[in-house]
Structure formats: C-alpha cells, structure tokens
Design a protein around this ligand. Structure first.
Ligand code: PLP
Length: 451
C-alpha cells in the first residue's frame, strides 16, 4: 500500500463541481444592505468580475476551468493524498486515515486555488488592482502571488493583531509585490470610524472586509476579492475533493468519514462537497461529513441560522448563514483563519439540512493533536488545520473502542511555517482555552439586520 497517492499533472480536474446543482434546498437569496431588496447582479458589478458574479448563482453542475488557470495550478497541483500509517499506529486504531495536503502550494495553503481563479477573471474584465483583507495572512499572500501572475496590483488590509504577530506573512506579500496595511487603517471611512470607537483595537476580519470593500467600491479600476464564504470560492475549492475522490478510487477506498476545519467554510467545502454529492445521490448515503471549529468562535455549533452581514460595517450583502452576529469580535486565538463570525451560506444550508455535522474544540486539545501529528507524519499543521486533526483523533478513538475499520479522510489545509509562535505559546503553557460567553453571543445576535 502506497503512502503517497499521486495523480499526473494532466489529471488536474478540467471542471469545478458546483453543489448548487444538487442541494435539496438552496440558501435563501442575499439582500442588498442599502435597499434590503434581493441582490441583483448589477449590485455586485462595482466590486466583482462578471464571471464570478455568474458563478455565484449558477446551478450548472460542472463549470469548465480555463486552461490559463489550470496551467498555473500545475505549479503545485495535483496535491498529494497521504495514508497516515504512522498516525494510525500511534492511535492504535483499526481505522484507515488519509489526508489531502494543500500545504504544497507556494503560499502554503488551499487559498491559492481560488486566488488564481479570481485574479484571472478580474484580469479578463480589465481590472488593474484588487483590494482584499487578510486575517492570519494566508489569503493576502495567496492573492499577492496570484495577482503577480496577471500583472495586477494588490492591496491587502491585514488584521492588525496578525500584522504585528506575523511579520513573515507580510514579507511574503511584499515579495510578491503587494501592499499590506494593518487594519483598521485611517485610509477608509470604516477604518477611521473603528479607530475612533477603539484606538487600540487589534482589528478583526469583519473590519478589514469593510475597508477592502470600501476601497474597491470607491475606485473604478479596483475590484474586491474574498478568500472564503462566497459560493464561487467554494466552487474553486471543489478541486480538492474531486482530486481526493480520484485518489481514493486508485487505492479502492470509499470514504466513511470526511473532515475539514471551518472558518468561512471554503477548504471544508472543497474537500466535502464532492462527497456530499455522493450522500445526496445515495451513492454513499452513510458517509459522515464533519466540520471542525474553535470553541472561541463557534459559528456552526453555537451560532444562529439567520440573515446577517458579512462584515462589521454592514457594507456586504446580507446572507442567510450561521452567524455569531456581525459585530462579534472573537478573542485573539492562534487560528486566525477560523476567527470569522459567519459561515459560507452553502455550508450553512447543508448543516441546517443535516447533511453535514459540526464539532468545536479548545486550543490546547487542538495543539496536542497537532504535535502528535507532526511527530508521526512530519508535517507541522497550520493551527486551523489542526482542528480537523483533533476531530480525526476523536473519530479514530471511537473506531478503536468499537473495533470499526472506517476510512477517514481529512483536509490538511496548510502548514504552520509562519505560525510557529502559536506552537511556542502552546509549549510554554500560554494558550488560554476560551469558551465564548453565551451572553456575548446573544448580545451580538440582537443586532441582526431586519429584513
Ligand atoms: C484560511 C484558512 C482556513 C480557514 O478558511 P476556510 O475558508 O474555512 O477554509 C483554514 N486553514 C488554513 C490553512 C487557512 O489558511
């Protein structure tokens, strides 16, 4: 049995899978934050490329991947699927554990899969610059690399706390030619308003999104790009699950459990949606699909399925999704990529319809699993991905107790090479376990927009 299951370059999928074609129920329409009317394509045109707006609402099952995009993807795709034999041994589990490794991309995570596609479609529309936000820096560096390939400029609003904690991510963005500013800045109205309310704020993803959207909306040659949450992002990430299914079939395996971590939901969508299709189609009706998140930002496990803004200032469309309230500022945990108040509307709908499940974990148990993984498999997982690993540990342990030989597949969304301060904090015993107080969630949820 091989440890690495590899595909040839020409086996990179030629089409993305669009789950909107197969969902029993689609999310409700998004609403314009100003008019409170359903969003029309022309509302999105000032900040998004035409093709991306089309993809957002498409119900076509498969959408062709342009050759120019596939060609850039060959720099690191197809990504490997590994059999985690050493980990299985450590856990003394009869389960078989496979992981898809997205850390092989130049930026170190899955985010480049959509960054390349979004840069391509914006270039097609004659856009000169893309503005975006970044939390931990993974998305900003991915978009910086992608825009470089299409000779576009890139402006990144980076959550101030991470900007200060993670100088190397900022340097990566500079290396790939992007401008990166600590958010909130005094360059936008939303940034200035936030600084007035709290000059010492460490920022949040919600505030940084407001700044980037405002920048794009107020400049004709500039568009906005989001690294997660939206339907077209989940579409571009489906390449992960499509490759994984092919790789599993090469070793004659069928997944019993599929696991991913969830911040805005995109890497989870990427690994999970092609398997959700098999569940819906009754080809693999019993496959269990699990999203793992932090207890400090428990969107799926403790949030409300409602309508809310995607950002703090209320500039984005109002979307039907699980939310902790748009002004919810999660504590500064080390999984920056999982600190988002909302969740992909597609992932949310599947969760509301019981096609997927969710679990939440504390930081210390997550890092404990991450270190055990690094010791056995070698790769040091991103703190975000480590949430998926903790979920795998729990399923594998259950299999050990029940003597079940399940096949578990998870997405290792990225490596931790720029997050080693998080490991340092863990080793020094300085990671607080944070359960977000229910009263504060309830207070934030009182401020949901009325439709
Ligand atoms: C951004 C990020 C995440 C979380 O974002 P999703 O959209 O939920 O995938 C997870 N893992 C890594 C490595 C990331 O960079």
């Amino acid at each position: 049995m091989p440890v690495k299951i590899l595909l040839d370059e020409n086996e990179i999928p030629k089409k993305w899978y669009n789950i909107q074609a197969d969902m029993p129920n689609l999310p409700g329409p998004s609403y314009n934050p100003m008019t409170k009317e359903p969003v029309k394509p022309e509302d999105l045109a000032p900040i998004f490329a035409k093709e991306l707006i089309k993809q957002e609402v498409s119900t076509e099952r498969y959408i062709s991947i342009p050759e120019e995009i596939r060609e850039i993807l060959t720099l690191w795709r197809p990504s490997p699927l590994y059999r985690a034999k050493r980990l299985e041994k450590l856990l003394k589990t009869p389960a078989k554990i496979y992981y898809k490794y997205e850390g092989v991309s130049p930026a170190g995570s899955h985010k480049l899969n959509t960054a390349v596609a979004q840069a391509y479609y914006n270039k097609q529309d004659g856009i000169k610059r893309i503005a975006t936000e970044t939390g931990a820096g993974q998305w900003g560096s991915s978009l910086a690399f992608a825009t470089r390939h299409f000779d576009m400029e890139c402006t990144v609003y980076m959550v101030k706390g991470s900007y200060e904690q993670k100088p190397y991510r900022k340097m990566m963005m500079h290396t790939w030619g992007a401008q990166c500013y600590p958010s909130p800045t005094n360059m936008t109205n939303s940034g200035r308003a936030m600084l007035e309310r709290d000059p010492d704020t460490s920022g949040s993803l919600g505030i940084a999104i407001s700044e980037a959207v405002e920048d794009a909306a107020t400049h004709d040659d500039t568009n906005y790009a989001l690294g997660s949450v939206l339907n077209h992002v989940c579409l571009h990430q489906s390449i992960i699950g499509l490759e994984t299914k092919k790789q599993l079939s090469m070793v004659e395996e069928t997944a019993d459990v599929v696991i991913g971590c969830a911040g805005g939901g995109s890497n989870f969508a990427g690994i999970a949606f092609p398997f959700v299709k098999d569940k819906i189609d009754k080809k693999n009706p019993d496959v269990e699909i699990i999203a793992a998140e932090p207890t400090a930002c428990p969107t799926l496990t403790k949030g409300l399925y409602a309508y809310d803004y995607g950002d703090v200032a209320g500039l984005t469309p109002i979307m039907q999704m699980y939310t902790l309230g748009h002004d919810f500022i999660p504590p500064s945990i080390h999984s920056g990529g999982l600190r988002y108040h909302g969740m992909s509307p597609l992932v949310s709908r599947l969760h509301a319809d019981d096609l997927i499940k969710s679990v939440a974990f504390h930081q210390n148990e997550v890092f404990k699993a991450a270190v055990a993984f690094a010791e056995t498999e070698g790769i040091i997982p991103a703190p975000e991905s480590a949430h998926a690993i903790k979920a795998v540990f729990d399923v594998a342990e259950e299999c050990r107790k029940k003597g079940e030989e399940k096949t578990i597949v998870f997405n290792l969304s990225g490596h931790a090479h720029f997050d080693m301060t998080a490991y340092e904090a863990y080793f020094e015993g300085n990671l607080p376990d944070y359960e977000y107080p229910a009263e504060l969630i309830a207070a934030s949820l009182k401020k949901l927009p009325q439709l």
